[in-house]
Design a protein. Sequence first.
Length: 212
Amino acid sequence: MRTQNEPDPRAAFFNARAVNWEANCYPPPVRERLPSLVASFHLPPGATVLDMGTGPGTLVPYLRKALGPSGRVFPFDLSLEMLRQVRSKLGPADPPPVLATAMRLPFRDESFDAVVCFAAFPHFEDKGRALSEMARVAKPGATVIISHLLSRAELLAHHGTHSAVAGDALPEETDMRQLFLLAGLPDPAIIDAPGHYHAVCRKPAGTPGGRA
Ligand SMILES: C[S@@+](CC[C@H](N)C(=O)[O-])C[C@H]1O[C@@H](n2cnc3c(N)ncnc32)[C@H](O)[C@@H]1O
């Protein structure tokens, strides 16, 4: 593992790919799946939602639509080049995108009605820390969602071709359950099937905010 003073090499990896990210990763047949994916999150209109590892804000327009004008999307990412593309997708009430790491979220405890982590969790170097941060900033009763349009095995094969992210994987189910539990999120629902990965848990009332 890196020392704290060394930059995360993933920032350079994703910076270099930011401009063409959506065109390359979300061609029409993949993009068509995003509305139903976001619908499956069951986000209430007016909710305040954290978009973890937003990239170029791929999910932002769909989150915006689901939340309506009174809802707010908070996007953040490790990659500045990715974030340059997010601002134009945000609504007037949304805050500007934030440059931050998932392992140290610059948000107060119990800030969000939902914490959405789409296509980003495998890249978080300390997954236990990141999930604890996700739990910390979630309000009691909020949903914490980790989601992909690939299964765990498909994702591993996909990352395998790029050296900076080759080892980035979703934990096996038992390890993922343990990470959720340690973060104060017991008994997540996990679906791992071809073309789909979904781990979701509602933060119980009265849960301390993880290890942050
Ligand atoms: C595979 S991309 C997905 C981006 C976006 N969610 C999408 O679907 O287009 C993963 C994103 O996670 C970001 N990322 C990686 N490690 C991160 C970290 N520790 N904290 C915050 N973001 C991170 C990357 O910069 C990148 O934008």
